[in-house]
Design a binder for this molecule. Structure first.
Ligand SMILES: *Cc1c(COP(=O)(O)O)cnc(C)c1O
Length: 378
């Protein structure tokens, strides 16, 4: 059996252990410390736009604290892209609020501005209340239509919380994803663009907001010699050890993005003349995806094979692939939630497949995957 090819693996740069060693040498084996400060500074510098980044224990924690900071409470509604990972929607429910799912549009696979506006109008008409926040996602690294979404959000005065967990390094009209919303959430889980072995960050607009996020993330402890609390807090800060990995990873981030983009370019060339296989691509020059995962759509009639058969045959060849995210409005746990759906994400889910895209893969791996798929097609 040939060596297994994974979808997306952690890929170390080399300097990570030096930062961890330093933490041990100085006995900073605790939450917080110099690596946390350093990692936050690296991220703020990288993202630009004068943003303030708070390192947290997970991307999910970042989304949760973004909602807390936006004042989302029990009984509120929050508009959420349906085509995403459950971690986008779960924190809405942690707050006792209700997710309102909005479908995607076919060019970016992300939140449809038309359906977003329809949802806002209809929620106001039905409940007499505005949704408290809007969460668009940059799925697989592809930027959402932030101009249109931002202008609808501004028209109705609803804040945007960007889920940029998959989009570190992606740009929309020359600006980094994660810097468009009131808040932006990043993830450093093992399979994302860079990893801290598990972690996330919230991108904030002001130092005051970042301070409030740090406060909530450390049990909402008030400045007093004893333990004093006037609000409910969380234990969501990143540890100094994890942040050490993050600092090492920041040194290879550009390289890793470059590699993921070249993997996408290679898949695009290899599938160019294959009927029935379409590689997801930037819709126009406004979009510059990091191509966290390269995805294809398989037209069964043209290709002569279904997505699921391709997936199973690749698995038999020890190659890991995965269907696209199953939309949240189709998940049993969210079956009671309001939804504004036109079938786009469901159609993509039926025929889409994520291909091995990790930055540690070689061209030979990518060629093996693509040639195998082509050999299955008509
Ligand atoms: C990974 C991911 C998250 C959650 O991040 P964690 O660090 O795993 O908690 C949220 N949203 C999306 C779209 C993701 O892919």
């Amino acid at each position: 059996m040939k060596q297994r090819i994974y979808l997306s693996l952690a890929h170390m740069g080399g300097r990570e252990q030096d930062f961890i060693q330093e933490a041990f040498d100085t006995n900073w084996v605790v939450p917080l410390g110099p690596n946390v400060d350093g990692f936050e500074k690296d991220l703020s510098t990288y993202l630009g736009e004068d943003r303030h980044v708070v390192a947290l224990s997970a991307g999910t924690a970042a989304i949760h604290l973004g909602l807390v900071a936006l004042g989302v409470q029990s009984g509120d509604e929050v508009i959420c892209q349906s085509f995403t990972f459950a971690a986008t929607a779960n924190p809405i429910v942690y707050q006792g609020a209700v997710p309102v799912f909005v479908d995607s549009e076919p060019e970016t696979w992300n939140m449809s501005p038309g359906l977003l506006e329809e949802a806002i109008k209809d929620r106001i008409a039905r409940t007499g209340k505005k949704p408290k926040a809007i969460i668009p996602v940059h799925l697989y690294g592809m930027p959402a239509r932030m101009d249109e979404i931002g202008s609808i959000a501004a028209t109705y005065g609803i804040p945007v919380l960007e889920d940029a967990a998959e989009a570190l390094g992606s740009e929309y009209r020359g600006r980094k994803c994660g810097t468009f919303g009131e808040y932006g959430a990043l993830s450093f889980n093992g399979n994302k663009m860079i990893t801290t072995s598990g972690g996330g960050a919230l991108v904030c607009r002001t130092e005051e907001e970042a301070g409030a996020i740090k406060y909530y993330a450390t049990q909402a402890r008030e400045p007093a010699p004893h333990y004093q609390h006037t609000r409910i807090g969380y234990n969501y800060r990143m540890s100094n050890i994890c942040a050490g990995i993050g600092r090492g990873q920041m040194q290879v981030l550009e390289e890793h993005i470059h590699r993921r983009r070249s993997i996408h370019g290679l898949y695009t060339r290899l599938f160019e003349d294959q009927a029935g296989i379409r590689v997801m691509d930037n819709y126009s020059g406004d979009y510059d995806s990091n191509f966290w995962l390269s995805c294809i759509l398989i037209d069964e009639l043209q290709a002569g094979i279904s997505r699921e058969t391709v997936r199973r045959k690749l698995e038999a060849e020890n190659i890991e692939t995965r269907p696209l995210w199953k939309p949240m409005h189709l998940q049993p746990v969210f079956k009671e939630c309001p939804r504004y759906i036109d079938g786009t994400s469901e159609g993509l889910f039926d025929i889409g497949l994520c291909l091995p895209s990790g930055s540690s893969l070689g061209d030979d791996d990518i060629i093996r995957v693509a040639e195998l798929i082509k050999s299955m097609c008509r």
